[in-house]
Design a protein. Structure first.
Length: 158
């Protein structure tokens, strides 16, 4: 391995990112904390996803999809129980852009402010004080469905 590579023992995160980037699987994007996954990297992801999907289904579980955006009030409840909670998150405040009246591109339409701000959860943050996942059973999922606890209301978890 090249001398300029970090080792797994020194800095696992840096080592992993170096491998991914030097193998051409992904590259940094213009958005902080995000990467563009290239075709070979995406092909690996699809194979991993298929293997995990089979493992879940073999145990009788069903997939579910939840929104990327979480109302700030939901997210605030989680922050209350985690000491030193990292509040570095992207927050959506408006739902529309408009042409700049001065002709300098686009600007946020101040008349399009959301009633409640939405948080885009970073994957590194904790999900819920009782753990990240829960299995819900009921009319829509009689055999059970695995959900992120923070993505559902407290009433659903009762």
């Amino acid at each position: 391995m090249a001398k300029d590579f970090s080792t797994r023992e020194e800095n696992y995160s840096k080592w992993y990112n170096d491998i991914v980037q030097r193998a051409g699987l992904a590259e940094a994007s213009a958005v902080r904390g995000c990467m563009v996954i290239k075709p070979y990297g995406y092909a690996i992801w699809e194979k991993m996803q298929a293997a995990l999907d089979k493992m879940f289904k073999d145990t009788g579980h069903s997939n579910a999809y939840f929104p990327l955006f979480i109302p700030k009030s939901f997210f605030s409840r989680e922050a209350d129980h985690v000491k030193g909670f990292a509040k570095e998150c992207a927050v959506v405040t408006h739902y529309r852009l408009k042409n700049d009246p001065d002709g300098k591109g686009i600007v946020v339409d101040e008349d399009a402010k959301l009633e409640e701000e939405l948080v885009i959860r970073p994957t590194s943050d904790p999900y819920h004080s009782q753990g990240g996942m829960a299995v819900l059973k009921g009319g829509l999922a009689p055999d059970g469905s695995v959900v992120k606890q923070s993505a559902v209301s407290d009433q659903m978890l009762e």
